[in-house]
Design a binder for this molecule. Sequence first.
Ligand code: NAP
Length: 439
Amino acid sequence: MTRHLAIVGSGPAGYYTAGAAQKKWGDDVRVDVFDTLPVPFGLIRTGVAPDHQSIKGVSRRYETTALSDNVRFVGNVTIGQDVTVEELQGLYDAVVFATGAPHDKPLGLPGEDLANVFGSAAFVGWYNGHPQFAQLDPDLSGKSAVVIGMGNVALDVARILSKTEDEFAGSDIVNHALEALKASRLTTVTIVGRRGPHQIMMTPKELGELMHLSRAAPRVDPADLPAPEDDAILEPGLRKSVGHLRSFAAIPESERADKAVEIDFDMFASPVRLIGTGKVEGVEVERTRVEAGRAVGTGETYVIPADLVVACIGYRSSPIPGVPFDERAGKFANDEGRILPGLYAVGWARRGPTGTIGTNRPDGFGVIDRIAEDLASGALGTAARQGRAGFDALAEERQLDIVTFRDWKKIEEAEAQAAREGAPREKFVDIASMIRARG
Ligand code: NAP
């Protein structure tokens, strides 16, 4: 019997799940991969940094899945709006949410709504041309930026803010962001962490990139570093990252002299409020010490000047009406991917915003195992579902303007043709242009 699967979200988690379904059921499965945007690949397109093209190249692997006969991309359709989850449940044996975690976790601090304060979903979306954030228009005319958080997203944001135009050669940073960054007057980017060097979430390869920037140099206060022998207990990746912090602390002043931008690590500093009149002017932080891995306030506060603030402190998934959601954790309520028999979550929507792109692969296989278990136990019922034929009838009745993978290939071609010299593409940053480019 043919199995019909609806996957909501076309990022890595979505396509790894589609690939796992093909492996499990071969030609006996039909998979529809839905996306709100007319373009596929989720965070590969709008999250991964534009100067990390080798990581973005993973989408070529998803293309093999996307172009096979039993998987199709259904773009420009919002589940929960154009089509309800209940309708999908009636048409498909299983519905899998691979919707990621697109919303910024709030800082929850006074002053958070001042102008020129952004969350990383918005800021990264801006430089990556996500239609929702393309109009963000951050003001980069000030001298100081504060990036809150000590994870890889904070590193991405600090690096992008520090690069020269030449360093974006070969990247797919969108024109509006490149123009704004070219005009940037920033001279200090402070990365604020509420804990210390042994608690950073930054990975070594990404951290090491800060040593090779043409106009920027990282700075770490040697007093923030624990004794070198204390690194022995760390797992190797973290030990390597801490080793990079030690190298940053050892950069001689003479080497910094010709660097116009400083990337300053301010650790043991927990933000308590954002200060400014209308627009942000500073971040007040409380000095911390780390006890049993936790940041404990010392009562000492100071203000870090900030003309721009980007909070890179994690993300939350979007609830979908009628689907159980764990508000505290900001993800779908699920047990190893199963929300209910027939409804599943995978990737960040399942486990929260952690892990690399590759982490989604075993996640995809795991959720397909859950679905297979539920099919075998009879938990999904025995009625044959209509799958894509039923969806197509519904789409026609509602006059939904579906974008297919073949359409996407035309959009992709138009983006490649519009690229700056040496760049792989110039992205369309609004939905109407994407739809027009499909012809
Ligand atoms: P992350 O790795 O979880 O880091 C979040 C950071 O924010 C932590 O340092 C955390 O500090 C801090 N934080 C959280 N709440 C805070 C608060 N209220 N005030 C101050 N600081 C706060 O998250 P991420 O950087 O968003 O990355 C998400 C995932 O994507 C990660 O798995 C990351 O590795 C991955 N990613 C990978 C790459 C790459 O491989 N190139 C690039 C980008 C993202 P505490 O630890 O003290 O909570």
